[in-house]
Design a protein around this ligand. Structure first.
Ligand code: UDP
Ligand code: MG
Length: 316
């Protein structure tokens, strides 16, 4: 059994002023109980509410540190910012909206002490969620994990504990598309899953509407699989085969019976079908090319505008 010397806790925040006021005191007490050295890293992802003012207040407390990004970069970028700044021997990531029960942190640290490198929380069920989200999530994971060498566990999110070496491995990945759920699975290491039931959001509403969830899902599938490209090849073959068979049939009919087959409808329908399929295929290829473009630009993932407070000191 090893015992935790230092813990960093990363909280990505976008307009969570009220939630931070409730969460931070509880989290400070919890972390102080778990390790002698600890820090909370609040990443303010360009909030437009009172978050910055509240953070000025909270970062007066020892151990609470805040990074303010120059604008809203999205949760994945905010998490990466937090991981880069974290100095603890172990790093815990959780949402700032009190959906992730603090009581689970004890379990996380216990598993790490017993030798796990990663401890992640898995939703025990999705009963409270809409049908769209439940069915969509299931489809998403089956498409994401189709034929892959590693599996992204279903219903596991960003609420997790990671050892220093796992954090370093994630930071060493050079890509710009930070689909974190995939990256966690890609790096591997010894992981333990802990089932939990998320609480209701304490204040405000979720930032992930249907459109944003679909975009996130597309990012994940494009970043971790190439099956859409293969599917396009398969579709092309099928259609070519169909066209060949139909052509052969028409020739045969002409040779046997000699009548001119009236073909206006066939031509129009097949033209539209092939044009549609070609545009879809071009779109699929375009999605990948667009992502390559994003990668080669090599823009930073986020910009930090301001840092507040002191976390674990580098020499600690
Ligand atoms: N979040 C963020 N940047 C964003 C959107 C969300 O840092 O652009 C944070 C948000 O403040 C919260 C966490 O990510 O701490 C999870 O977001 P939310 O609760 O809206 O998502 P859900 O729980 O519905 O997945
Ligand atoms: Mg939430």
């Amino acid at each position: 059994m090893r015992s935790a010397h230092s813990i960093s806790c990363v909280l990505p925040c976008y307009n969570e002023a009220e939630n931070l006021d409730r969460l931070l005191p509880l989290l400070c007490a919890k972390l102080a109980h778990l390790a002698p050295l600890w820090e909370i890293l609040v990443v303010d992802d360009g909030s437009t509410d009172d978050t910055e003012a509240r953070l000025r207040h909270w970062t007066q407390r020892p151990g609470v540190r805040a990074l303010r990004l120059s604008r809203n970069f999205g949760k994945e970028a905010a998490l990466t910012a937090g991981l880069q700044a974290a100095r603890g021997e172990i790093t815990i990531m959780m949402d700032a909206d009190l959906q992730h029960p603090l009581a689970l942190l004890d379990t996380f640290v216990r598993h790490w002490s017993a030798g796990a490198d990663v401890v992640y929380a898995v939703r025990a069920h999705r009963d409270a969620e809409s049908r769209f989200k439940r069915v969509g999530t299931h489809w998403f994971y089956s498409l994401l994990n189709h034929g892959g060498r590693f599996k992204v566990p279903e219903d596991a999110g960003d609420f997790r504990l990671m050892d220093r070496k796992v954090v370093q491995a994630l930071l060493d990945l050079p890509e710009r598309n930070r689909f974190m759920k995939g990256l966690y699975a890609w790096v591997g290491f010894d992981a333990v899953a802990v089932p939990y039931v998320p609480d209701a959001r304490a204040h405000g509403v979720s930032h992930f509407n249907k459109l944003r969830l679909i975009r996130l899902a597309l990012d994940g599938i494009m970043a971790f699989t190439v099956w859409p490209l293969r599917a396009v090849i398969g579709l092309g073959f099928l259609l070519a085969l169909g066209a060949f068979a139909y052509g052969a049939y028409l020739t045969l009919v002409y040779l046997l019976y000699g009548h001119n087959v009236s073909g206006w409808t066939t031509i129009v329908v097949s033209l539209m079908l092939f044009a549609g399929v070609q545009l879809v295929s071009l779109g699929v290829v375009g999605e990948y090319v667009g992502r390559i473009y994003e990668e080669v630009k090599r823009r930073p993932l986020f910009l930090v505008k301001r840092e507040l407070g002191q976390g674990i000191r580098e020499d600690a």
